[in-house]
Design a protein around this ligand. Structure first.
Ligand code: ADP
Ligand code: MG
Length: 226
């Protein structure tokens, strides 16, 4: 699924050079649920953004589902990730002017899927996340937990290969945190590969494997026996 070899991401701003991802090599098999942990500023989000084709590495190789994607041009990257990768962010990133149905439908619009098929897929996905009765609500009418469920629905409506989640529970109270984690686990048990950045040991306990980063490097990569 994911094969990364000797990956670097170096940011250069003014006189300052930051090696945010430093010689990372990583293999993730289809169906794995991997948590990435480490202190603030150690490169977790940068690594996730490169894995998600939101950004390109400075050097190194990245094979996604067998294709080298690390050095694609921006337009090719966007094309490649469309439908294949679902994102869930701490800040939910919903569009305030669109209702729940439209937010979840959006990735299918970008993929030029015809309206009847879009409707079928959105309804199926809303049902899976217990959001059917919220279809016509707007994000500001929803709790944080509900908004994150909408974001998860939007991430899976395309039937992606991979979900990338950056601190998905970071803005939630403990009850909603647990609910979001159980839903991610259920999706993983249906076969979706998940890579999740988290600060929380509780969240990481849902993953099968925990990778610790420090200063852009992988320092431990262990199976989770909890
Ligand atoms: P984490 O998600 O683990 O908190 P980040 O991946 O956001 O860490 O950042 C890793 C390092 O890279 C930090 O030192 C951060 O300041 C730096 N960094 C992140 N994004 C940029 C950017 N766009 N330009 C310059 N430096 C950046
Ligand atoms: Mg981060």
């Amino acid at each position: 699924m994911i094969r990364v070899e000797n990956l670097y991401k170096i940011f250069r701003a003014e006189e300052v050079e930051t090696t945010a991802v430093n010689a990372v090599s990583l293999h993730i098999r289809p169906g794995e649920f991997v948590a990435i942990m480490g202190p603030s500023g150690c490169g977790k989000s940068t690594l996730l953004n490169v894995l998600g084709l939101l950004d390109s590495p400075t050097s190194g190789q990245y094979f996604l589902d067998g294709t080298e994607v690390g050095h694609l041009k921006e337009s090719k990257r966007v094309e490649f990730r469309k439908g294949k990768i679902g994102f869930v962010f701490q800040s939910f990133n919903l569009i305030e002017e669109m209702d729940v149905f439209e937010n979840v439908e959006l990735p299918l619009v970008y993929m030029n899927i015809k309206p009847p098929e879009r409707k079928r897929r959105v309804e199926e996905t809303l049902q899976k996340l217990n959001l059917t009765h919220r279809a016509n609500h707007f994000p500001n009418q929803l709790s944080g937990g509900q908004q994150q469920r909408v974001a998860i629905a939007r991430a899976i409506v395309t039937h992606p290969l991979l979900i990338l989640a950056d601190e998905p529970t970071g803005n939630l109270d403990s009850q909603n945190r647990q609910d979001v984690m159980k839903r991610l686990l259920a999706l993983n048990q249906e076969g979706i590969t998940i890579v999740m950045v988290t600060h929380s040991r509780n969240d990481a306990s849902f993953a099968q494997r925990v990778i610790n980063l420090f200063d852009g490097r992988i320092v431990t990569d262990i199976k989770n026996y909890l």
